[in-house]
Design a protein around this ligand. Structure first.
Ligand SMILES: [Zn+2]
Ligand SMILES: [Zn+2]
Length: 793
């Protein structure tokens, strides 16, 4: 018997699928249940890495599985080809971003095809193509007309080397994520989307989404709702009120100082009149470069006294105004009343700078030393103080969100031009729809240098004002790549439509995405922005739904030698290398067999070689069964029952549980059973067919080859097998194993096992052993049909 040549078999089936249009989806068949599977589209910044292999294999397995379950499945792909990663790759490699980007896309598409991922290639889109970004511009105009896009001056974090505005998340320890340069603070006119208009809805509608609780918690925290009050403090020297936001108006009598965030617009005004001007400005520069979380968490509190005072509206106390970086502009109003007796960070600051600490809430939670409010419970005190302030026009109850409007303009070349013209006579004028797209010109020197590179392209910049026809200049900044990624899954549904961003019935049929797949690192920004876009587009009457992603699967990291694979650490294995050595099927199988795809995993050569052996064994056993096993109807016996049980397990794993590694284990077990029983077993052919059919989503090439050997054709279209319930005689349940009351592992066991055996299996689990870590097992508690708790003493 010929041994299995993965490369030859894989090439052959990829050609067959292409010719058959196996992954192509045209007008949807609306009689079927639809399933829209989308992995986050990649940056074409180099070649594929193992994280991609994991994400796209998960998506491909679900796609193939759902198709065979009779669903109408759309599984497209595209490239997030504008933006810093692509532009920096171009700068690094030399050459024009367009050439580098398109070359990288060709390379990645080639690898993707070789991996056998069933993307509908007829729907391939890339953000840098004018046929795509014309709709970025069109959507921008719609949002602009609706008042959801606007321009204002705002402080930014600026990388002097990249000459670019950085998002908070792109700054680590005060340094740029891309080049490590120290980041500085800068005030810039920028474009914003009014994401805050939807803050409450973004929060409320999380409840209805099929996302992991921790993912929802990340978004909740990002949106950051607090209920409190806005209170006006008077700054006499400036003859002006400054608003603070506080969740604790009941502690107003305990305010002993006042703090402004370094970015607060008042700071420069105070600095201009302060004897401390130089010290203040230097402090503001340093603080502006740090990340918010670092500032909040810093043990050592820093700050500068401005020399000015604010007057507390309840007791006319004049308290000193400080500037300190533990107060963030992104929270409340960027100014706080500091109550060191009842706030931990305020207390640390007061102790550092020797400021007074005044207790105004006693141990029983009642107000003390608070004039007429003394003796009230804190909650009553809150309401009473806010009401008192309200009557005097000095405060009101309010809700604050941490969510800010989304600054989306970038002083970079490689992005979608913002379709706006500035005219001396007419002001800010949107480019009329019929003049779109505003094409990104090919310019020689696209490198960033403190002004937008497009500003130096006179041909691009000078334009007749669309309103009065007089001389005007274009907006030179480009859009953040997060604009492109906020709606690409809408364009997939009608990717080549020249007249509209999408056909309404198609976009509404396929969306929301039934299964979104990608990294947890995009839970905030990207997935908040996409949700904002859907709500805004729905309000504009352009789509019929308000949420983009009904379900979200987050993948773990792929590590090598204990750390995340990265070029800088030199521990990278690329899929090209794996395709050469092992082929696509073994790579696809192994990346999902290592462990739960949601958790971080450790790649080993031994592991992937184990999968290669499994594919060879599958090939050998099934080929043997194809030649020799009986073609008679299989009887009910041990092997047929095992096959039905495996169908039930794999179906549950790929469906409800989304547990990809356990499904492979189940097929391996079935293969072991077939091997034990031998091809003379009357159920051998059925067992072989079942193993091939169930492994097809993972190893589609090998499965197709063996399916043909078994005398069938087009496995990719064959109905997913259904277990015969009458043969699922073995009753099982999911055993939960705890160590000292904490859940450490769960696995399926037969319901008939005696208690001693349940304990023995629990103790034999490597995860449980890890947590016992050599300690004495004091006792074990068994709850029948449910759990084993291992108590250490
Ligand atoms: Zn930088
Ligand atoms: Zn004009």
């Amino acid at each position: 018997m010929d041994s299995y040549d993965a490369h030859e078999v894989e090439r052959k089936w990829q050609r067959v699928w292409d010719d058959a249009g196996a992954a192509h989806v045209g007008e949807p068949d609306r009689s079927k249940q639809k399933s829209y599977v989308v992995e986050m589209w990649p940056y074409p910044s180099g070649t594929l890495h193992m994280g991609h292999v994991l994400v796209y294999t998960v998506g491909d397995v679900l796609t193939r599985f759902r198709r065979r379950q009779g669903m109408e499945v759309l599984h497209p792909i595209g490239f997030d080809s504008f933006g810093l990663p692509a532009e920096n790759a171009a700068i690094r490699e030399g050459g024009h971003p367009r050439e580098i980007t398109e070359r990288n896309i060709r390379t990645i598409v080639e690898s993707m095809r070789r991996m056998g991922w069933a993307f509908d290639w007829s729907r391939l889109i890339s953000a840098h193509e004018p046929t795509y970004y014309v709709w970025d511009q069109w959507l921008f105009l719609k949002l602009y007309e609706a008042g959801l896009a606007y321009r204002k001056a705002a402080p930014v974090k600026w990388c002097p080397k990249d000459q670019a505005v950085l998002a908070n998340e792109q700054v680590h320890d005060g340094r740029c994520e891309y080049c490590g340069t120290e980041v500085v603070a800068k005030n810039l006119e920028q474009w914003f989307f009014r994401t805050t208009a939807y803050a409450q809805e973004l929060l409320d509608e999380l409840d209805g989404l099929n996302w992991a609780e921790r993912i929802k918690a990340m978004q909740r925290n990002w949106i950051g709702r607090s209920d409190g009050a806005e209170i006006q403090f008077r700054v006499e020297e400036l003859e002006r009120d400054v608003a603070v936001f506080t969740t604790r108006p009941d502690t107003l009598y305990g305010a002993t100082f006042f703090v402004l965030a370094p970015e607060h617009l008042l700071v420069e005004e105070l600095a201009a009149r302060s004897p401390n001007a130089e010290e203040l400005r230097a402090y503001v520069q340093r603080a502006g470069a740090k990340r918010g979380e670092e500032r909040m968490a810093a043990e050592e509190k820093t700050g500068v006294f401005t020399g000015f005072f604010a007057t507390n509206p309840v007791n006319e106390a004049r308290i000193p105004i400080w500037v300190a970086d533990y107060v963030l502009m992104d929270y409340g109003t960027g100014a706080i009343m500091a109550v060191p007796a009842h706030d931990e960070r305020d207390r640390q600051f007061a102790e550092t700078f020797d400021l007074p600490i005044v207790t105004v809430i006693d141990e029983d939670g009642k107000l003390v030393d608070s004039a007429q409010f003394t003796g009230m419970p804190a909650d009553d005190g809150k309401r009473a103080i806010v009401a008192w302030l309200g009557e005097r026009g000095r405060g009101e109850a309010t809700i604050s969100y941490r969510l800010r409007d989304w600054g989306f303009s970038r002083q970079r070349y490689w992005g979608c031009p913002i379709p706006i013209v500035y005219c001396d006579a007419c002001g800010t004028v949107p480019v009329p729809e019929e003049q779109l797209p505003v094409l990104l010109p090919d310019i020689e020197d696209y490198r960033p240098r403190g002004v937008a590179p497009l500003a130096s392209d006179e041909e691009f910049m000078n334009v007749a004002c669309p309103s009065c026809g007089g001389p005007a200049r274009r907006e030179a900044e480009t859009m953040d790549t997060f604009v492109d990624s906020s709606w690409y899954f809408l364009r997939y549904t009608d990717p080549h439509n020249p007249d509209a961003p999408w056909r309404r019935d198609l976009v509404d049929y396929w969306n929301p995405v039934d299964q979104y797949i990608g990294g947890v690192d995009h839970t905030t920004m990207h997935m908040i922005y996409a949700r904002f876009f859907m709500k805004a587009l729905n309000d504009l009457g352009l789509i019929g739904f308000r949420e983009p992603f009904a379900a979200f699967f987050t993948n773990g990291w792929v590590n090598l030698g204990g750390t995340k694979m990265s070029k800088s650490k030199g521990n990278v294995i690329g899929p090209e290398q794996l395709l050469e050595e092992y082929g696509a099927d073994a790579t696809r199988l192994y990346i999902l067999f290592i462990g739960p795809a949601t958790e971080d995993m450790e790649w080993t050569d031994e592991g992937v070689e184990g999968m290669v052996r499994f594919t060879k064994r599958l090939y050998r056993l099934v080929s043997e069964a194809a030649e020799r096993a009986s073609r008679d109807e299989p009887p009910v016996n041990e092997l047929s029952r095992k096959a039905h049980e495996t169908i039930a397990r794999v179906t549950d794993d790929l469906g409800r549980r989304q547990s990809f590694h356990t499904a492979i284990s189940a097929v391996i077990e079935l293969l072991n059973e077939l091997s034990r029983a031998g091809v003379d077993d009357p159920a051998a052919r059925f067992a072989a067919e079942t193993a091939v059919s169930l492994i097809q989503p993972y190893a589609p090439h090998l499965a197709e080859e063996l399916w043909t050997a078994l005398g069938h054709e087009r496995l990719w279209e064959a109905p997913w097998p259904v277990a015969d319930a009458s043969q699922l005689q073995r009753d099982t349940f999911e055993l939960v194993v705890q160590v000292n009351g904490k859940v450490r592992v769960r696995f399926e066991v037969e319901a008939t096992l005696p208690e001693e055996e349940l304990v023995a299996r629990a103790l034999a689990s490597p995860k449980v052993q890890h947590h016992i870590d050599g300690a004495q097992v004091r006792k074990t508690i068994v709850v029948p049909r449910r759990l084993v708790n291992v108590v250490l003493g």
